[in-house]
Design a protein around this ligand. Structure first.
Ligand SMILES: Cc1ncc(C[n+]2csc(CCOP(=O)(O)OP(=O)(O)O)c2C)c(N)n1
Ligand SMILES: [Mg+2]
Length: 580
């Protein structure tokens, strides 16, 4: 049945069809009609933010954790888009689907120097999988369907759809909106390659498994394969949650010099590595400090990742779940039964216990010890709570000391690595899972970047908890400066009054001064959050000890310098440390 509709109405119908539940952004003259159509939608709630950067992180985090829905931005052109580029960039480098709907200037007016006039298509070309400009009513729905398909297929990513002003505003006779039908079929592995992988693994004496975010929907199969092989499992940073940390074969993040002892030891003799849903990026490999065996089996949905940093003996383009399911069957067909890995399990358990003990041994009366904080937090949170981290020393402390039990329940801005992610990120998660506990662990530097977004949490009655690791420094960088340079240049931050942020945004404020308060403050925070108030916990954290990651990365990076440069670095450090 033909009807008269404007482009904004069509766009919102298409967004409903692809399963959008929330949009994030700020209205302006270029998307007023879109916002009006959103206000009338029964299936989509538009969320007003304080800054489009916050919107982009909310949408990105929502995409990561929501089952079946996708994060969506509705923003003004140019100024809204440049503000949102941080989250779009994060989605691009981390492989997260995102729909970016932007209003556009009038293409029909013939006027120049319009408000917000900028070539948006060019602007986002390096940080989106695709970008479209819609200039005709009949293209609105098919373009949004196409954008969704691209965003969610293969390696997911962000897609921009810019809708010209006149298309949004003006009405025309349009046909009924067709139903969205998904066409994409994820790639299944070549059976011959699965057999080769199984044979290599069975022939190896010390197989190891390395999993990334790409394996997030495959946990049950990863567990089966690990048990059949009796192999230790390590993950990337982004994939931290994809294998349960309380499984006896789980070791830690990465392996090699920058990993915790359990992972370092368990992978020491690794002679065949099964890497699934990973791409051996800098952060996940501890700056390429992992020793990768020749027998590398690399499976990923994106064939561009093969043989980039490490040559693969077998490269398998596949959806991780399909691959791991078939690998499990192939191993069983070849006669494998759960391996006896008693010695390995024991070693992992004792390494983990010793590591925990080292971080909790001496409680502090003046500060909060990271080990005590994370163990208490774990014991107080539900098993299926969500945690989001930001970028900094607190990220690696969390990675090394906070056990995660369910896939996608800990997220981090990884390869784009954008500070400021977690405050809005927690809001995106809470909207996706209002019944679950949600908390962020955030450094004070990162907190300042997007803290005003807590107002959005307060206005929407979202009980998220922000644990602000308040050390007064951009510690991750300050630590990296301190050893070789003995200077902290631009890494000591101003005297931030965290309580003021709570006052300004309507959040509840709690101060956690020392180890003795950790348990009661966490309990109070959870109680307040349960009632729908965002809570800011000002944590007087002790950063005097370095993470395994930082210690390893410093060593690896120094070791890789050409000899003359290495000597120059060491000599400079010695001179500064002795002469001051
Ligand atoms: C947008 C952005 N700017 C700068 C950096 C570089 N950087 C990485 S970690 C870090 C320090 C973060 O400080 P803080 O948030 O206080 O966390 P801490 O390391 O103290 O735990 C910086 C500056 C970054 N990752 N992102
Ligand atoms: Mg800090």
């Amino acid at each position: 049945m033909a009807m008269k509709r404007n482009g904004a109405w069509l766009a919102v119908r298409a967004l409903e069809e692809v399963g959008v539940r929330f949009t994030f952004g700020i209205p302006g003259v270029h998307n007023t009609e879109l916002y009006d159509a959103l206000a009338l939608s029964e299936r989509i709630t538009p969320v007003l933010v304080t800054h489009e950067q916050g919107a982009s992180f909310m949408a990105e985090a929502f995409s990561r954790v929501s089952d079946g829905s996708i994060g969506c931005l509705v923003i003004v052109p140019a100024a809204g888009l440049t503000h949102a580029m941080s989250g779009i960039g994060e989605a691009y480098l981390d492989g997260v689907p995102l729909l970016v709907i932007s209003g556009g200037i009038r293409r029909d007016s013939g006027r120049h120097y319009q408000l917000h006039q900028l070539d948006q298509q060019q602007l986002v070309s390096a940080i989106t999988k695709a970008a479209f400009l819609v200039e005709r009513h009949e293209d609105v729905v098919p373009t949004i369907y196409r954008a969704y398909e691209i965003a969610t297929s293969g390696l997911p990513g962000p897609v921009l759809v810019e809708i010209a002003g006149e298309v949004q505003m003006f009405s025309t006779e349009v046909a009924e909106v067709p139903k969205y039908e998904r066409r994409y079929v994820p790639p299944a592995p070549d059976p011959a390659l699965v057999d080769r992988a199984a044979a290599l693994l069975r022939a190896s004496r010390h197989p190891g498994i390395y999993l990334g975010w790409g394996a997030r929907e495959a946990t049950a199969f990863s567990v089966e394969v690990a048990e059949l092989l009796g192999a230790p499992v390590s993950t990337t940073m982004q994939g931290l949650s994809v294998f349960p940390h309380d499984h006896p074969l789980h070791t830690g993040m990465g392996f090699g010099a920058s990993a915790v002892p359990a992972a370092r030891h368990a992978f020491d003799a690794c002679d065949c590595l099964l890497a699934v849903g990973v791409r051996f990026a800098e952060l996940a490999t501890g700056s390429y400090g992992m020793r990768i065996p020749e027998a590398l089996i690399h499976a990923d949905i994106d064939p561009r990742v093969f043989n980039r940093n490490y040559p693969a003996a077998v490269a398998i383009e596949s959806d991780a779940r399909l691959f791991l399911a078939r690998l499990g069957s192939a191993l069983k067909d070849a006669g494998a039964a759960p391996a006896d890995a008693t010695a390995l399990r024991r070693q992992i358990a004792s390494d983990k216990a010793a590591f925990r003990d080292r971080w909790t041994r001496s409680p502090s009366e003046r500060k909060v010890s990271p080990g005590i904080f994370f163990q208490t937090l774990r014991s107080k949170l539900e098993r299926d709570a969500y945690v989001v981290v930001d970028d900094g020393n607190h990220t690696f402390l969390t990675a090394e000391q906070f056990p995660v039990y369910e896939s996608k329940h800990l997220i981090s801005p990884t390869d784009f690595n954008c500070m400021g992610y977690s405050v809005p990120g927690a809001i995106g998660i809470k909207l996706a899972h209002p019944e679950h506990q949600v908390c962020a662990v955030v450094g004070d530097g990162a907190f300042m970047m997007t803290a005003m977004e807590i107002l959005t949490a307060a206005s929407n009655r979202l009980g998220v908890i922000y644990f602000v690791f308040h050390d007064g420094e951009l510690a991750q960088i300050a630590q990296l400066q301190q050893v070789p340079l003995k200077h902290k240049t631009c890494t000591v931050i101003g005297d931030l009054r965290v309580e003021g942020v709570a006052t300004a945004t309507g959040a509840r404020y709690l101060a956690m001064q020392s180890d003795a308060q950790v348990e009661s403050i966490i309990a109070q925070a959870l109680e307040l959050a349960e009632r729908g108030d965002p809570v800011i916990v000002d944590v007087n954290i002790d950063y005097s000890r370095k993470t395994a990651f930082t210690q390893g990365v410093v060593k690896v990076s120094l070791g890789r310098l050409p000899m003359a440069e290495r000597l120059r670095f060491i000599a400079r450090a010695l001179k500064r440390h002795t002469l001051g």
